[in-house]
Design a protein around this ligand. Structure first.
Ligand SMILES: *Cc1c(COP(=O)(O)O)cnc(C)c1O
Length: 230
């Protein structure tokens, strides 16, 4: 078995164990394989091993890989911060965007989503770390943003995403993930039909699954360490 297929198998095993440990069905946790800096050839290997959903941080890098691997029929998730001058690329080349944290970006995606494509599946990125993080909508701004995004044509609001501040404190991480789950429950109680909690990466996805993650975004645990940023 190749390196990538082996990495996938290990991660699937960890996902299943984490789910069973809290009485969840392992099939209730989707795996998005994060491929920023990962060569197209490795992505092809992952696809051959059965992986369908891939996550990219940069719209341009992701769009190029999606175009090059088009015949494989993969599902592309944009998970990194999205600037307004990149929304068209995202709207045209991705199936999901996880990182919406302001209405203006959602409105541009809605306007630019080609009508021939199914709605773009979107999550709102929430700042669950307060002062310790800048990315994401603050919790107190979430209900208004969610209501507005849910009403846009061309988009389907699926749920919430968060990236807690880096910390080795497992209890703190769990608390951040729990906060995201509670925010999702709050929105559902307001009548929004949401089903996605996008949380957990290589170092913490077991904690996220314990707190209800339905989608984990995992890179290094599958593909190995990324080259250091120059
Ligand atoms: C890079 C990245 C991941 C995956 O991180 P790993 O530590 O490689 O698992 C997940 N989500 C986002 C938003 C990322 O930028």
């Amino acid at each position: 078995m190749g390196f990538v297929a082996e990495g996938l198998q290990v991660v699937h095993g960890r996902i299943a164990a984490a789910a069973r440990a809290v009485g969840r069905d392992p099939a209730s946790v989707a795996l998005v394989a994060v491929t920023k800096t990962v060569a197209a050839e490795r992505i092809r290997e992952a696809a051959l091993a059965g992986q369908r959903a891939f996550g990219e941080n940069y719209a341009q890098e992701g769009a190029a890989k999606a175009a090059g691997l088009e015949p494989l029929g993969l599902e592309w998730h944009l998970i990194g911060p999205l600037q307004s001058n990149k929304t068209r690329l995202a709207a045209e080349h991705f199936h999901w965007v996880h990182s919406i944290d302001r209405l203006k970006i959602a409105e541009r995606l809605a306007a630019q989503r080609p009508p021939a494509l199914p709605p773009l599946q979107v999550c709102l990125q929430v700042n669950v770390s307060g002062e310790a993080s800048k990315a994401g909508v603050p919790a107190d701004g979430l209900p208004a943003l969610a209501t507005a995004v849910a009403a846009l044509p061309g988009l389907r609001l699926r749920g919430l995403m968060a990236i807690p501040e880096p910390t080795g404190d497992a209890a703190l991480l769990r608390a951040r993930f729990r906060t995201l789950r509670q925010l999702l429950e709050g929105l559902k109680a307001r009548g929004l039909a949401l089903d996605t909690l996008s949380m957990g990466m290589s170092d913490d996805f077991e904690l996220a699954i314990a707190e209800g993650a339905t989608l984990v975004r995992v890179g290094r645990a599958i593909f190995g360490a990324r080259p250091m940023a120059a």
